[in-house]
Design a protein around this ligand. Structure first.
Ligand code: NAD
Length: 334
């Protein structure tokens, strides 16, 4: 059976998911929506989907099975509310929200509704993550170290709102949460988190950081997991190069999972022998895998098969709560 889909928010991720829809069996992108008619028209031309500037009009005109929401986090309430009213399945990009209260409202809306809901944490779907899970089955972990680093404040090669806290929640919600959500997925809940954040480049770069670009560029977080593991996270938006890393340490394991390069390197103790780990994953589009799981769940919903979505609204809300706690700890210290 053909599933009809619309995308609202025709920026970077809207394009990405819209193009991926074309490669998923049984899925047809029929409409796209954006307040910016230039972006919406461009995506419409590429995909053949009808462009709407008015979301309500799109819902009135089109019969949708699923809605993909890729607007900035603070512009989502209307779309989620109206989609839920019509029992339309929802895929929303991370973060679910930058507000714990609004995230809770979204969870309340979907609770006991007959819809599939998914939040875009694509690292959970990476084949390399499945390899890590297999390795972890037989090793005790005592510490993890995660890194998210970008050149945002140096190259300014992202949408401006990424660095405007009122829109994005800053790099904690924009970048760090990818690795912290992945950590929750692999190691369980984090019960304590706190840190220090600074905006160091303001004083020593040749260009002026404009007033509204008010995010930290350098953050360190400490965390404690419910199972006792201790974690350290390092965030930089003032780095030469893109890095997303997870380092896993324990008495029989010492590995680095490099998501920027799609590799796992390090050592594990196998019996009484130390084995080298050197895994290069074949290329896979992690965003496409997560979208495919969302549509599979829509098709399988009535069967008792285990759902494939790895982050529904309720799970994603726990990551929102965690990031809220981390963000509050930065404010307290600054
Ligand atoms: N999972 C990932 O790898 C990944 C990567 C980048 C961004 N993201 C997330 O995806 C989301 C979108 O990011 P992006 O990079 O695509 O941003 P973007 O700025 O490129 O695109 C956002 C689009 O939403 C449109 N928009 C804004 N308000 C709207 C409204 N009220 N109605 C309709 N359209 C509206 C804008 O005009 C723009 O075209 C964010 O939540 C971001 O954190 C995820």
């Amino acid at each position: 059976m053909r599933r009809t889909v619309a995308v609202v928010g025709c920026g970077g991720m809207g394009f990405k998911h819209a193009l991926n829809c074309r490669d998923i069996d049984g899925v047809q992108l029929i409409s796209v929506c954006d307040v910016d008619s230039e972006k919406g028209t461009e995506l419409s031309k590429i995909t053949g989907a009808t462009f709407y500037q008015d979301f309500e009009k799109m819902l009135a005109m089109e019969k949708l099975d699923a809605l993909i929401i890729t607007t900035p986090p603070i512009y989502r309430k209307e779309f989620i509310q109206k989609a839920v009213d019509k029992n339309i399945n929802i895929f929303v990009e991370k973060p679910l929200s930058i507000s714990k209260e609004i995230g809770k409202e979204f969870c309340d809306l979907v609770e006991s509704k007959p819809i599939i809901h998914s939040v875009g944490f694509h690292l959970r779907y990476a084949p390399i993550t499945d390899k890590v899970r297999n390795i972890l089955d037989s090793h005790e972990v005592t510490q993890i170290r995660t890194v998210t680093a970008t050149s945002y404040y140096i190259d300014m090669d992202m949408p401006r709102w990424f660095l405007q806290k009122r829109f994005s929640g800053g790099p904690l919600f924009e970048q760090s949460l990818h690795l912290l959500d992945l950590s929750r997925y692999l190691f369980g809940e984090i019960i304590n988190i706190n840190g220090v954040g600074k905006h160091l480049l303001r004083s020593n770069r040749s260009f002026d950081i404009e007033e509204d670009l008010n995010s930290e560029d350098t953050i360190i977080l400490n965390s404690e997991f419910a199972n006792g593991i201790l974690g350290v996270h390092s965030e930089s938006c003032a780095n030469l190069k893109f890095r997303w890393e997870l380092e896993i340490l324990g008495p029989t394991i010492s590995i680095l999972v490099d998501y920027a390069n799609n590799t796992i390197i390090g050592s594990i103790l196998d019996g009484d022998k130390i084995e080298n780990v050197n895994i290069n994953q074949l290329d896979a589009d992690w965003h496409k895998i997560e979208l495919d799981c969302f549509f599979k769940d829509i098709s399988l919903r009535d069967n008792s098969t285990e759902l494939k979505v790895r982050s529904d609204f309720f799970d994603a809300q726990r990551t929102v709560s965690l990031m809220t706690q981390a963000s509050k700890s930065l404010r307290d210290k600054l």
